[in-house]
Design a protein around this ligand. Structure first.
Ligand code: FAD
Length: 304
């Protein structure tokens, strides 16, 4: 095993509680918005490094993502990171979104290529006036706004469109060369996949933090569906743990907490000190898992 998410400069293992970040999606309805804000209020005292808000396929949530980010900036002390994709859009439109973010004070963007309208796996063709790749998007953001931190994606099981791990890591290299300072991984359930990927990435000389993306399984069928679309594997042992629980949400929740807590605790034991949680806009599981990682709520003054 080689270097981890953010190796301590002297090689020592950090004893402090891990650093965390949370991902939300922009709400569609008033009720979903209320639920998101209850979630944000519950998770905020855990003092995440940042909270990110996704950008719906092909820019479909452009305004809602912006509104959510703007509200986080104006009503909380949290540091927001705005996801942004360049698929199916001319550069000018994408640049306009970045300019609006910069204007309201956003200094962190999760820059992605995104999926064509046909969904992940359908052939990607850049918009005629658009960015050719996610690396081009990263380069453009960093050229125009050096003060914006750019995070990108990484795929421990490689992206479904990539022809090989080498080709996949070529793209990560291009994104790092363009100025990306961190990568967040697609979710995975088998920690060995992450460590093997990390070995490959470090062997290619990439030294940015590769932060594991953790998906607590709130709903097994839904998670299996996501995994299928994203090219992530669902191990049989995981399916077995949720067997027979379709109509038992209480037990499902306890099992989900145990599974995700086990995963992050094992990663942490092997030196991983930073985690990104796909929250699905729900607080309970993520709060419990963070607690088991040793993270405790901070008062507003402590968090400042
Ligand atoms: P890239 O990093 O640009 O490419 C991924 C891999 O695909 C490359 O390594 C390469 O092997 C291969 N590849 C890329 N382009 C080509 C090509 N033209 N030909 C052959 N191979 C190619 N989607 C959203 O719509 N909104 C979001 O907010 C969002 N957030 C995400 C956050 C994270 C942390 C992750 C991991 C994914 C997220 N996605 C999101 C999904 C993402 O948009 C899709 O996985 C998409 O298919 C790839 O975009 P990317 O920037 O990850 O791809």
């Amino acid at each position: 095993m080689t270097e981890l998410t953010s190796p301590a400069p002297n090689g020592a293992r950090a004893l402090a509680a891990p650093a965390i970040s949370f991902e939300f999606f922009p709400p569609k309805t008033e009720e979903m918005e209320k639920n998101l804000w209850e979630t944000i209020k519950r998770l905020a005292p855990l003092a995440p490094n940042f909270v990110s808000v996704t950008y719906g396929a092909g820019g479909s949530t452009r305004e809602r993502t912006h509104a959510t980010i703007a509200r986080i900036l104006s009503e909380t002390a949290l540091v927001p990171a705005a996801h942004l994709t360049c698929v199916d859009a001319p550069c000018a439109d994408v640049d306009d979104v970045v300019a609006r973010y910069h204007e309201v004070g956003v200094r962190h963007i999760v820059a992605l290529r995104g999926d064509p309208a046909g969904g992940i796996g359908s052939r990607y063709t850049p918009h005629p006036q658009g960015y050719g790749s996610s690396a081009d998007l990263v380069a453009s953001i960093k050229r125009r706004y050096p003060d914006i931190e750019v995070t990108v994606s990484a795929y421990p099981e490689r992206h479904p469109e990539s022809t090989s791990f080498d080709a996949d890591i070529d793209m990560l290299t291009a994104k790092v060369d363009a100025g990306a300072g961190r990568a967040i991984t697609q979710f995975f359930f088998d920690n060995d996949l992450y460590f093997r990927y990390l070995d490959r990435v470090r062997a290619r000389g990439i030294s940015i933090p590769i932060v594991p993306g953790i998906l607590p399984v709130q709903n097994f069928k839904q998670a299996a569906n996501f995994a299928k679309r994203a090219g992530a594997s669902m191990p049989d042992w995981l399916a077995k743990k949720f067997e027979g629980l379709d109509d038992d949400p209480e037990t499902r929740k306890l099992v989900a907490a145990a599974v995700a807590a086990g995963q992050v605790q094992k990663l942490n034991k092997h030196g991983v000190d930073t985690f990104h949680f796909y929250t699905m806009n729900r607080a309970d599981l993520v709060f419990a898992i963070s607690h088991l990682l040793g993270i405790r709520p901070k008062t507003a003054r402590e968090a400042a």
